[in-house]
Design a protein around this ligand. Structure first.
Ligand code: C2E
Ligand code: CA
Ligand code: CA
Ligand code: CA
Length: 277
C-alpha cells in the first residue's frame, strides 16, 4: 500500500508540475500580449425580445497569442485576475470599446449601448470612475451609451466601497448591469441598495429552460419578478434554442443575448449587421 501511495504521489506531483508550468507559460505570454497587440474585441448583440431589435452589444476580449494560439477568456481572465494584470487589460478593453463605438457612430450606424466587463478587483482602484470618465471623454462617447457589467463579487469583497463606486458610476452617467446573476451570493437587500439598471440571468439557468422543466421555469420567473419589482431590465444569457426563446418570452424577459441571434462578431461584421437594422 505504501508503494502504491508513493506512485500515486508521483503521478499527482507530475500533474501538479505540468499544470504549474503550463500556467507559467500562459502568464509569461500574457505579460507580453498587450505590447505585442495580440488582443482584440468581439461584440455580441443583445436584442429586444419583442421585436428582435439590437439594443446593445457586449464587448468580449479575444487573445490570439503568437506562441499559444487562440486562448479563451475563460482560461486567461482568472489568471489575469490573480496576477494583477487584469487592471491594465480591462482598461485597454474599455478604451478599445469606446474607440469602436466612436467609429460606429461616425459611420452613422444606429446607436447601441456598449457593455464592458469590469473585474471586481478593479474596485480597489483609486479614481476608477474618474479614469473611465476621462477615457469616454477623450473618445467623445456619452457615458450613457456605456454599460459596465459587474459580478456579485464586487459586493462580496467590500460592500460599502462597492456601494460608493456604483453610485459614482451612475452619477457619472454610466449604466451598470449585474452579470451572471444567480451564481454568486448577493442578497436581495444588496440588489435593492446598489440600483443596477439591468440584471443578466446566468446561462446556467437558461441551459435546461423548457416549459416542462418546472424548477428552472420557477427560478427564472422568480428572477424576472424580482428584477421588475426593483425596476431593472432583464437579459437572458446564452440563449441557443427556439424553445428557450419561447419560454423566456412567456416569462416576460426583456432581452436576449445568445447564439440563437448571433455569436460574438468582429467589428466589421457587427457594423454590417447594424447597417441592416
Ligand atoms: P460573460 O461576461 O458571462 O460573457 C458571456 C460569455 O458567454 C461569452 O464567453 C460569450 O461568448 C458566451 N456566450 C454568449 N452566448 C452564448 C450561447 O448562446 N452559448 C454559449 N455556449 N456561450 C455563449 P467568452 O467570450 O468566452 O467570455 C467568457 C468570460 O470571460 C466572460 O463571461 C467574462 O466573465 C470574461 N471576459 C470576457 N471578456 C472580458 C473582459 O474584457 N474583461 C473581463 N474582466 N472579463 C472578460
Ligand atoms: Ca459579461
Ligand atoms: Ca455573464
Ligand atoms: Ca458567465
Amino acid at each position: 500500500a505504501k508503494k502504491k501511495g508513493r506512485n500515486n504521489f508521483q503521478v499527482y506531483s507530475d500533474k501538479l508540475h505540468a499544470g504549474a508550468s503550463e500556467q507559467l507559460a500562459l502568464l509569461s505570454a500574457l505579460n507580453f500580449a498587450m505590447e505585442r497587440q495580440e488582443f482584440s474585441l468581439a461584440f455580441q448583440p443583445q436584442v429586444a425580445m419583442k421585436d428582435r431589435r439590437i439594443l446593445g452589444v457586449e464587448a468580449l476580449l479575444r487573445w490570439h497569442s503568437t506562441e499559444l494560439g487562440e486562448v479563451s477568456p475563460g482560461q486567461f481572465i482568472p489568471l489575469a485576475e490573480r496576477s494583477g494584470l487584469i487592471g491594465e487589460i480591462d482598461k485597454w478593453v474599455f478604451r478599445e470599446a469606446a474607440r469602436q463605438a466612436r467609429i460606429w457612430q461616425d459611420e452613422g450606424l444606429h446607436e447601441v449601448v456598449i457593455s464592458v466587463n469590469l473585474s471586481a478587483s478593479r474596485f480597489d482602484e483609486p479614481d476608477l470612475v474618474e479614469n473611465l470618465q476621462a477615457i469616454a471623454e477623450e473618445e467623445r462617447i456619452a457615458p450613457g451609451t456605456i454599460e459596465l457589467e459587474l459580478t456579485e463579487a464586487v459586493a462580496l469583497q467590500n460592500p460599502e466601497q462597492a456601494l460608493i463606486t456604483i453610485s459614482a458610476l451612475r452619477e457619472a452617467g454610466f449604466r451598470v448591469a449585474l452579470d451572471d446573476f444567480g451564481t454568486g451570493y448577493s442578497s436581495i437587500s444588496y440588489l435593492k441598495r446598489f440600483g443596477f439598471d439591468k440584471l443578466k440571468i446566468d446561462k446556467s439557468f437558461i441551459d435546461d429552460l423548457t416549459i416542462e422543466n418546472a424548477t428552472d421555469v420557477a427560478i427564472v420567473r422568480g428572477i424576472i419578478a424580482l428584477a421588475k419589482s426593483l425596476k431593472m431590465a432583464t437579459v437572458a444569457e446564452g440563449v441557443e434554442t427556439e424553445e428557450q426563446w419561447r419560454s423566456l418570452q412567456e416569462l416576460g424577459c426583456d432581452e436576449v443575448q445568445g447564439y440563437i441571434f448571433s455569436r460574438p462578431l468582429r467589428p466589421d461584421q457587427l457594423a454590417e449587421l447594424l447597417s441592416h437594422s
